[in-house]
Unconditional design. Structure first.
Length: 186
């Protein structure tokens, strides 16, 4: 009985000391890579963000913000856009450590604010196909990423995987940070 009362008091003390800042924190990113066969790598990642899907969506689709969100992204260039806003084609130039500079051209298909599917249509990768999925979760949103990627140049899978494990957590944190900045103060 004394131990549970102590835990309760400790929890309340932390809650009081942290105040509103604690209410606006998001979950920690989770990233997993695995062999997808044929030299390709499967990436799965997610984070819980204390923001509505619409706030996250606005950051996710903003090409002009992408270099601030994605580590080592030098440029995001909008090449083509559907006038109705259902899809676009973008060029990304990424300069990751330990790998050569990579240029990709992807077609994004939008189902706002629930899903963004992307498919490689050109550039320096052999494969880069997947999706961003936004699911309501309590007062926030679970943002998930699933993709299969494969370089068109020789690169050991462990180096590509290491680069992903280094960059993806920061990218997910950046998405959370910018999404939460769009929220009114609680």
């Amino acid at each position: 009985m004394k131990l549970s009362a102590f835990r309760y008091l400790a929890f309340m003390l932390v809650a009081l000391l942290c105040g509103p800042a604690a209410a606006q924190t998001s979950g920690e990113p989770w990233v997993e890579t695995s062999d997808a066969g044929g030299g390709a790598l499967r990436i799965r990642a997610h984070i819980q963000i204390d923001a509505p899907a619409t706030a996250i969506w606005s950051i996710l689709v903003a090409c002009e913000k992408a270099p601030k969100v994605i580590p080592h992204l030098e440029a995001c260039i909008l090449r083509e856009r559907d006038p109705a806003g259902r899809w676009d084609v973008r060029e990304h130039v990424i300069n990751p450590p330990l790998l050569p500079r990579i240029r990709t051209i992807v077609r994004n298909d939008f189902t706002p604010p629930k899903r963004l599917d992307f498919k490689l249509v050109g550039g320096d990768m052999r494969r880069s196909d997947g999706a961003w999925i936004l699911e309501p979760l309590g007062r926030g949103t679970k943002l998930s990423y699933e993709a299969i990627v494969q370089t068109a140049f020789p690169a050991p899978q462990f180096i590509v995987s290491r680069s992903i494990h280094g960059d993806f957590p920061q990218m997910l944190r950046n998405l959370a940070k910018f999404s939460m900045e769009k929220m009114p103060a609680r």
